[in-house]
Structure formats: C-alpha cells, structure tokens
Design a protein around this ligand. Structure first.
Ligand code: ADP
Ligand code: MG
Length: 218
C-alpha cells in the first residue's frame, strides 16, 4: 500500500469511525471504537497510535479531540530530520500525523515484563538527546513510555514536547533510577514490576515533582 492509499483509508475508514476519549490529561487516551482492520500500537496522554496491517512500516498518531500539540510535533520532526533513534514524519493531517513505525517495546513495559534493558540503550538515548539539542530542541518528557528498546538499542518514540524550553528532569531521573535501582537490583534479580506498582510510582513521581516545583517557586 502506498502513502496516498494509506491516507485515503485514514480519511474514509479510520477517522469516520474512530472514537477517542481523554478524560484526564494525566492519563492515557482511550480508544472506544476502532474500525477493522486497524490495530492499536499504544496510547499516550494526547493521542492514540494506530496502524493498518496493509502498511506495517507506518503508524498514524491521532490526537484526541481537544488535545493540542500536533503542529508543534510536526515542527519537531521537521527539525529532527532523519536519525536512527527517532521516527520520521511522512504526513501532517488536521488531527493526525503519519510516522515511521518504530519496533520494540517501551522501557516501561521492559520493567513490567522483566525484559533486560542494556546500558547501550541508555547511551543511545543520551546521544539522541544531544543530537536534538544541537538542532535547537529540548529533551522534554522523555519518560519510560516514550522510550523504546529494539534489538538492544534505545529509541525515542515521543518527541512532541521537544519545543518546550522549560527544564524537564524526566530523563535525568529515569537515568538515575537505572543506575541506582535497575542495574544493581532489578536486573540481577530479574524482577518484574506489576502495572499497579508502576502506576503508583508514576503518580507518586508526579506528586513529588509538583511538590518540588512548588518549593522552587518560593
Ligand atoms: N512511531 C511509532 N512506532 C510504534 N509505536 C509508537 C510510535 N509512536 C508511538 N508509539 C506507541 O504509542 C504510544 C503513545 O504514543 P506517544 O507518541 O507517546 O503519544 P502521546 O504524545 O500522547 O504521549 C507510545 O508509548 C508507543 O507505545
Ligand atoms: Mg507519550
């Protein structure tokens, strides 16, 4: 299937029937209705990422109604250009982007499923972030669901916030957790963290950041 054919299916088949709901901006978007043969690859707090089996190397990132940021994400991809650790934007629609599909599993799912995260993946992400900085972008919101592992290499799957110049410690904190917690404890014991625990960590971490932010304001 060519890109124009995929675009036609998006307009004729996917968008008329797709129903997305985003109740809380801090929780992932939910897909309430998805026409056949489309499949869900993942959901973030802004968008659902879908693909059509006829075009396995491209994905469609559809923003939930009312969620901003599509134009900014398109601009970030324009600046990133081509880099092995990032996806690539092939088309910008009104409510969706067509992106290169990245294979692999998110680091969040690695911890959940007990898949070993090698140090090389962390180094790859460091390098990819330095590349983004050199292009005037900022490594914003680089957390466990936005980074992936594929064949031992690290990928950054979500760069939608990279125009945001406010400091963001998400990657620094994740990296620290990797060095202090993951390498010495979780990896050797081959621990699996259940989703409920990880969700608790996510909520606790958000609270911690809010409290720390408030303190910084004083
Ligand atoms: N290019 C891609 N290839 C494969 N899966 C992807 C791609 N982009 C996103 N995903 C999957 O979809 C999820 C949500 O996408 P993301 O870009 O993080 O959305 P949001 O901007 O709403 O946070 C990701 O965690 C990942 O699992
Ligand atoms: Mg995301």
């Amino acid at each position: 299937m060519t890109l124009p054919q995929l675009l036609e299916r998006i307009h004729r088949q996917l968008l008329p029937e797709l129903q997305l709901r985003s109740l809380d901006p801090h929780d992932p978007v939910r897909v309430l209705n998805l026409p056949e043969p489309w499949r869900i690859l993942g959901c973030g707090n802004y968008a659902a990422v879908l693909h059509h089996p006829g075009h396995p190397e491209l994905v469609v990132k559809v923003y939930a109604p009312g969620r901003p940021g599509l134009a900014e994400e398109a601009e970030v991809y324009r600046r990133i250009g081509e880099h092995p650790a990032y996806s690539r934007c092939w088309h910008v629609g009104e409510s969706f982007l067509v992106l290169r599909r990245l294979h692999g599993i998110t680091l969040y799912d690695c911890v959940r499923q007990g898949v070993l995260i090698p140090a090389q993946a962390i180094t790859d992400i460091d390098h990819a972030l330095a590349y983004a900085s050199a292009r005037g972008l900022h490594g914003h919101d680089v957390h466990g669901r936005n980074v992936m592992l594929h064949n031992g290499r690290g990928l950054i799957v979500d760069i939608s916030d990279f125009l945001n110049p406010e400091p963001c410690t998400a990657w620094r904190d994740l990296r620290l957790a990797y060095v202090l917690l993951y390498r010495p404890l979780i990896a050797p014991l081959r621990l699996r963290a259940p989703a409920r625990l990880l969700n608790g960590v996510r909520r606790g971490y958000r609270l911690y950041r809010r409290l720390r932010g408030r303190r910084a304001e004083h």
